[in-house]
Each structure stands twice: as structure tokens, then as C-alpha cells.
Design a protein around this ligand. Structure first.
Ligand SMILES: [Zn+2]
Length: 133
């Protein structure tokens, strides 16, 4: 129950306009999920909002449930980069990430599999549907 509340709060005002505007991306997301996961969707509606639809700016895995510009303080579970809507470039220091730049985070991710060595213990491997194509 707690989990459900948490994520309902997170996505309530955002789902409405992700549906219409991004048809192409929805198609892209739908095809892999349609394969063999019939029950999951019905069973866990809170799980559904956890699913990524947009690529993480750092590791490029499809982990963001909303577009990056709306994913305020969303932490990617794969690289643990905290999405920063306030930075305008890859080499701008991100306050959300302790002054790390996106370039540094990407270099770390490529090297060690997390955006920062401190966060390596928190990250998880990308799910098959999250792996960038
Ligand atoms: Zn990431």
C-alpha cells in the first residue's frame, strides 16, 4: 500500500499528457512489454508507473517514467544519476549530483557501472526492456 501511494503521487499529474503527445515512443515501449507479460500489468498498477518510458540522460537506459525535463529529482535505478532539470548542458555542474557533471557521470557509468563510485552499491542492472537499443 505504501508503495502504491508513493508512486501515485509521483505520476498523477503527468500521465495525462504523456499519452497523446508521444505516440511514437509509446509504440516503441509497447511492443517489448506486450510479449509474455500479460498478467503483470493487471496485477500491479503501481508497478506500471515504475516502468521507464524515456532514456536516462546518463546511462541512456529506458528508466525515466516521464520525460527528462519533467522528471524532477528522479534517480535512475541503473546508474543512480539524479535527473537534474536545471542543468542546460552535459558539462554543467549538477547540484542534485553533488556538483558532478553529466559528462563525469557518464564516464563513471561506462567505467564502473554507476554514475559515482559511492553509488555503486545502490545500482541495479538494467532490465531487458530498459536496455537502450
Ligand atoms: Zn541512468
Amino acid at each position: 500500500m505504501a508503495i502504491m501511494l508513493h508512486f501515485t503521487m509521483h505520476s498523477s499529474n503527468k500521465n495525462s499528457h504523456t499519452n497523446g503527445e508521444f505516440m511514437m515512443r509509446n509504440d516503441f515501449i509497447y511492443s517489448p512489454m506486450a510479449v509474455g507479460h500479460g498478467d503483470e500489468q493487471a496485477a500491479g498498477s503501481s508497478e506500471e508507473s515504475l516502468k521507464g518510458k524515456y532514456p536516462c540522460p546518463c546511462c541512456k537506459c529506458i528508466t525515466l517514467p516521464v520525460p527528462p525535463e519533467e522528471a524532477i529529482a528522479y534517480i535512475c535505478p541503473v546508474c543512480f544519476w539524479e535527473n537534474d532539470v536545471f542543468i542546460s548542458g552535459d558539462d554543467e555542474e549538477s547540484d542534485e549530483n553533488h556538483g558532478m557533471t553529466l559528462n563525469e557521470a557518464q564516464a563513471n557509468y561506462r567505467k564502473i557501472g554507476a554514475c559515482s563510485p559511492d553509488l555503486l552499491k545502490h545500482v541495479r542492472k538494467p532490465k531487458p526492456e530498459e536496455v537502450p537499443k
